[in-house]
Design a protein. Structure first.
Length: 206
C-alpha cells in the first residue's frame, strides 16, 4: 500500500509539472515581446559637466557653441507688437531656466529653443522618455508651460534573504539615484521688444 501511495504521488507531481509547462507554453506568445534597451551612463560626472557647460554658455550668450544634440525643440513665432507679456500656465513654477537675448534688429520674429541635457535613473538614461517644455503665443502673451508628466515604473530584483545569509550582501542596500539634467528655454527677441513679466521668470544676457 505504501508503494502504491508513493507511486500515485509521484505521478501527480509529474503530471502537475507537465501541466505547468503546457500552460507556460501557451501563455508566452501572449506576453509583450517589445524589449526596451536603455543607454548606460558610465559616469554621472559627465552629466554634471554637461549641465554646467550648458548653463554657463546660455548666460554668457554663447549658446550657439553648445552641441545641437541638446536642442529638444525649437519654435519660430511671428510677432510685430511693441510689448509682450510672459506668463506661466496657472501661475505655476516652471522647472526651466528662461534666458532672453536681444537681437540687433527688429525682424518681427521670436525664436525659442529648448535645451535639455541628459537625465537618468541609476545608470540608465531616460532622456528620450521625457517631454519638451511647451510655449503658446496668444495675442500679446507668451505662455510657458511645464512638460507633460511622464509616469515611469521600474522593478529591481534582489537576492532572497536566505541567499544573502551566505553571500553576506546586506538587504535593502540599493539606493535609487535620479539625474534630472538642466532645462533651458532660450528666447531671441526683436531689438526693441519690451517684455512685461512682474514675476521675473527670465533673465537677460548682459
Amino acid at each position: 500500500m505504501k508503494k502504491v501511495l508513493q507511486g500515485s504521488r509521484l505521478r501527480w507531481m509529474l503530471g502537475g509539472y507537465v501541466a505547468i509547462l503546457l500552460i507556460c507554453t501557451g501563455v508566452i506568445p501572449l506576453l509583450p515581446d517589445e524589449e526596451v534597451t536603455y543607454k548606460i551612463i558610465n559616469n554621472s560626472q559627465d552629466l554634471d559637466k554637461e549641465s554646467t557647460e550648458l548653463y554657463e554658455a546660455a548666460i554668457e550668450g554663447n549658446i550657439d557653441k553648445i552641441d545641437k544634440k541638446f536642442i529638444n525643440k525649437r519654435w519660430s513665432l511671428g510677432y510685430e507688437e511693441q510689448e509682450l507679456n510672459i506668463a506661466t500656465e496657472n501661475d505655476e513654477l516652471i522647472n526651466t531656466t528662461v534666458i532672453v537675448e536681444r537681437k540687433t534688429v527688429n525682424d518681427g520674429k521670436i525664436e525659442a529653443l529648448h535645451y535639455k541635457t541628459r537625465s537618468g535613473v541609476n545608470n540608465m538614461e531616460i532622456t528620450e522618455l521625457e517631454k519638451p517644455i511647451r510655449i503658446e503665443l496668444n495675442e500679446n502673451t507668451l505662455t510657458i508651460k511645464n512638460p507633460k508628466k511622464v509616469k515611469l515604473k521600474f522593478s529591481q530584483f534582489q537576492q532572497a534573504f536566505t541567499v544573502n545569509q551566505f553571500t553576506g550582501e546586506k538587504p535593502f542596500r540599493h539606493a535609487t539615484m535620479f539625474y534630472g539634467g538642466t532645462s533651458i528655454l532660450y528666447l531671441k527677441i526683436p531689438k526693441d521688444l519690451k517684455l512685461l513679466d512682474h514675476s521675473n521668470n527670465y533673465q537677460f544676457i548682459e
